[in-house]
Ligand binder design. Sequence first.
Ligand code: NAP
Length: 506
Amino acid sequence: MTDLEQSLAAAATAARPLADLTGPDRAALLDAAADALDAAAADLIPIAADETRLPLPRLTAELARTTFQLRLYGDEVRTGRHLAARDDPADPAWPTGPRPALRRVNVPLGPVVVFAASNFPFAFSVAGTDTAAALAAGCPVLLKTNPGHPRLSQRTADVLTAALDAAGAPHGSFALLHSEADGRAALLDPRVRAGAFTGSLRGGRALFDLAAGRPEPIPFYGELGSLNPTFVTRGAVARRGAAVWTGFADSFTLGGGQFCTKPGLLLVPAEAAAAAAITAHLTGRAATDLLTDRIADGHRGVRHELATHPAVRVLVDGASTGRAAAPTLLGTTLDAVLADPGRLLVECFGPTALLVTYTDDTALPAFARRLEGQLTATVHGEPDEPVAAALLRELTDRAGRIIWNGWPTGVSVTPAMHHGGPYPATTAPLHTSVGPAAITRFLRPVTFQDVPAALLPSPLRRRADPSGVAYATDRTDPPPTGPAHTPHRDTSITSAHTPPAEETAR
Ligand code: NAP
């Protein structure tokens, strides 16, 4: 039997017992994983630094984000909120006709294949948000490693698997897949019930098509990328232009620009002194080693295409040799972008951005309407400017997160976060890949009609239990004495917890 077949068979066997665990029991597994990863920090972080060349403070903060995330998702299933259970008792006088007793609850989908990202070796990789969400939902995980950090992937998996085993997780709840072929084969296997991915538009689209083309199609949650357009109004320039220009320069170069929320497009009034101020702020910035040769080659290629476009001027010419790339700022006009959106509205993953000047405010909402789906869209403006309100209306149709007078790099792991957006930002615009709401991607609702309480799945059985005994373990409404978790895991702490910008950037 091949390793892949063994992992698939074990995942299929684990699916039922993992699904049958109570929310608190699954939360305990996630806590155990988080504790073990925290304890292994001194082992894991140097491997991550060696393979990714990311700075130690960033990696330290990212591992802390990752273990916080595991515990936060555990807290969500501890409350039972993810079950979204509804009880409609039988009602002979129901307006559409006599109603049977209906009970609705979310159940886990089954084994999930997760394709790890390159740009977050902890938070979106082996023990990252997709793994945490799937395990919290009760779904075994087959994790396709990202070739950008193979040793870290194996070591993280060793720690995670040992912790899950010791905490009593069913055998087969987690396994690694290493090759592209195994990733594809797993996605096509009938035992796999969903896919999750963070990476390129090309890769994500190919895998989405594979998932959709199966005899029995399955959901595929791809997070693919975004231009993250940022609009600066005349009011914002007048009030705080200087801060906007430096804020933009810092945001698009953060982490070498290797975040899917990097603001890649800044729209500014033609008369504003944006180019000079941003150029001055970037002067002397050193080149950053990008994460992988593939990312460095991709950045160089797209940067070249943009920089050699006849309507584009190179404002800051960042050097790019080998894996190293310095910040590049390109400039063009809104008219030029509207004339050639196919070539100018492309994501350049890395420290490159396009400054777009406009002359007529009223053109901005129309331009926003023409944008493809985005993870984020940002407006720097004043509340009383009509153009700001019009932009917000249009951008709400185009993006998953709208930012006012801030920057998109920085994705808080918290219940109200939506990290998603219409295609091509993602392949599933209804869902987020960050925050406890990400768990619902791996659940589906089932309604039980007139099924006796004793035959209901365990969460519903507990709800139907007239004695109320054990009712608290999977209930959907908050338990009377508050969530059964320690204060450091209280979801309210996420708003007070302000990790370093690099940690939360995406
Ligand atoms: P990628 O090329 O899309 O690969 C991501 C993962 O998907 C890898 O494990 C890869 O496996 C797998 N994969 C991709 N295409 C596949 C296919 N057709 N069949 C089977 N497996 C496939 O992303 P990357 O290498 O991490 O980065 C490359 C580019 O992706 C970047 O330059 C950037 O443009 C984009 N990116 C976007 C984000 C984001 O947050 N949206 C994050 C990182 C990167 P193999 O490597 O083994 O083939």
